[in-house]
Design a protein. Structure first.
Length: 263
C-alpha cells in the first residue's frame, strides 16, 4: 500500500495547493490513500465542515488534527462525527469526534489511522499517548496490520521516543505540529517508518504560516498581537510511505518538499 501523508495544511494557501497539485501527485506516485493534517485549514487555526468537504474533494481521504482540532470557527461541530475526520484520541472522554478510524480502500484493503497528541510543551492534562496507543493499536490490529499514527507533538524527543516505543507494532509514525519539515525520515529496525515532522503545506515565506512582521513584533514586545496567515511562496510538504500489506511493515519512506507555482 502506498500512503501519502500531507503535512499541516495551512489556511487558504494550503487548500489551494491541494486543489491544484494533489490529484497529479496521487496519479504520478500511484498513491492508494492520502491522509492529511487539517487542524490549521481554516485561516491557520481550526477546521470547519465546509472545509473538511473541500479537503475530501481535493483527494484527502482521512483528515487528522491536533491541539487546534476543537477550534471550530463557525461553531458547527456535526462534521466531527464523520469517521474520516480525526482528533487526538488521548483527550478526555466525552469530547466530540473520534481518535482513530479504519479506512477501507476500493479493493477492500484496510488501513488504520490513529491520531494522538504529545504532552511535552503542550497540555499536560491529556491522557498518556503511549498507553492510549497501546490499547488503540491492539484494537486496530484485530482488523488490519497496516496502521499509521499522526503524532501531533512539539518536542522532537517525545516524537522519537514514541516512534521507538511503537516500532514493530505500527506501519508508520508521522510527526506533525511544528510546521517545519525534518530530514530524519527512516524505517526503524522493527519496520516502522518515521519522520519527526512532515512539515507544512502552505506559505513558505512566513513564520510557520503567519505573516512575519506580526510574529516578530510579538517576540520583540511580548504583548498580544493579532496574527494573519501569509499567502506567498506556496509549498507542499509530506511523505510517501510504501507498506507491505501482509505484514504491515514499512518498506520505505520518502519526503516531499515541492514549491508550487499557482496557475
Amino acid at each position: 500500500m502506498k500512503v501519502l501523508f500531507i503535512g499541516d495544511i495551512f489556511g487558504n494557501t494550503g487548500r489551494r495547493i491541494l486543489a491544484e497539485r494533489l490529484p497529479s501527485i496521487i496519479n504520478e506516485h500511484s498513491i492508494d490513500i492520502c491522509i492529511g493534517n487539517g487542524e490549521n485549514a481554516a485561516g491557520g487555526k481550526g477546521l470547519t465542515g465546509k472545509l473538511f468537504k473541500k479537503l475530501r474533494k481535493y483527494g484527502v481521504q482521512v483528515v487528522t488534527g491536533g491541539n487546534h482540532s476543537f477550534f471550530i470557527p463557525d461553531n458547527e461541530y456535526s462534521f466531527m462525527d464523520d469517521p474520516n475526520v480525526l482528533r487526538p484520541l488521548n483527550y478526555p472522554p466525552g469530547n466530540i469526534g473520534k481518535g482513530f478510524t479504519i479506512y477501507t480502500l476500493p479493493d477492500n484493503r484496510c488501513i488504520g489511522v490513529l491520531n494522538l497528541q504529545g504532552r511535552t510543551f503542550l497540555s499536560q492534562a491529556l491522557d498518556c499517548p503511549f498507553r492510549t496507543a497501546d490499547e488503540a493499536v491492539q484494537k486496530i490490529r484485530e482488523t488490519t496490520p497496516v496502521i499509521l499514527i499522526d503524532f501531533h507533538a512539539e518536542a522532537t524527543s517525545e516524537k522519537i521516543a514514541f516512534a521507538t516505543y511503537m516500532d514493530g507494532r505500527v506501519s508508520a509514525v508521522v510527526g506533525t505540529h511544528t510546521h517545519v519539515q525534518t530530514a530524519d525520515e527512516r524505517v526503524l529496525p522493527g519496520g516502522t517508518a518515521f519522520i519527526s515532522d512532515a512539515g507544512m503545506t502552505g506559505p513558505e515565506d512566513s513564520i510557520i504560516g503567519m505573516q512575519k512582521a506580526s510574529v516578530i513584533r510579538k517576540f520583540l514586545l511580548q504583548t498580544p498581537v493579532h496574527f494573519e496567515p501569509a499567502e506567498s511562496s506556496p509549498m507542499l510538504n509530506g511523505v510517501i510511505i510504501d507498506i507491505d500489506d501482509d505484514s504491515g511493515k514499512a518498506v520505505s519512506i520518502a519526503r516531499i518538499h515541492e514549491r508550487v507555482v499557482f496557475k
